[in-house]
Write a protein that binds this ligand. Sequence first.
Ligand SMILES: Cc1cc2nc3c(=O)[nH]c(=O)nc-3n(C[C@H](O)[C@H](O)[C@H](O)COP(=O)(O)O)c2cc1C
Length: 186
Amino acid sequence: MNLDACIHERRSVRAYLPKPVPREIIESVLEAGTWAPTGMGSEPWRFVVIEDPALIKYASEETKRAARQTRQPMTERFATDKDVICYEAPVLILVCAEESEIPILERVRLLDCVLAAQNMFLKAYELGLGTCYMGYIDAFLTQPDVLKKLGVPDGYQLMVPFVLGYPKNKQGAGARKKPIILNWFS
Ligand SMILES: Cc1cc2nc3c(=O)[nH]c(=O)nc-3n(C[C@H](O)[C@H](O)[C@H](O)COP(=O)(O)O)c2cc1C
């Protein structure tokens, strides 16, 4: 696929077919992630792949529960039995990195994992798959026992959660503002 088409046409997908993603396809998406730039060449990303529907549902339910406890107005949308978190996607991927007490290292590891995620989103799109960044999981799923049950080992931090699967609908056109240039010295 042409790179411009891939960059421009990828959309966050919020409805998935109940169709498993072959293991080798998931592996090639993860592999694309590992080609991202990485601070000090450290390649800190580690992956947890969840295909078990019960565990994905658990992640969604725990996220909704934790979000509702914050009592922020926006969390009203979580008062539903529907999977408004993972959208019943067949795969949930947790990009993790080892914890660090050094703030700059923690930041570099987060940035590395985010860059890896974008590679994976584009690769997934090239392979006919959809993805969606799971910001609500990132924000609300912080309980150590829940993360442990989801396969994040002690000493590791969840950096980027995202879902993956075959989109139910064709991905639509997106729109972006033109680059806003604050300064350009020449
Ligand atoms: C940090 C971050 C968190 C996000 N969290 C969520 C989320 O929790 N649920 C969701 O449906 N989409 C989430 N998104 C997807 C954005 O809503 C989406 O990228 C944006 O609307 C632009 O649409 P596009 O990805 O289709 O171009 C998140 C995206 C980012 C970068």
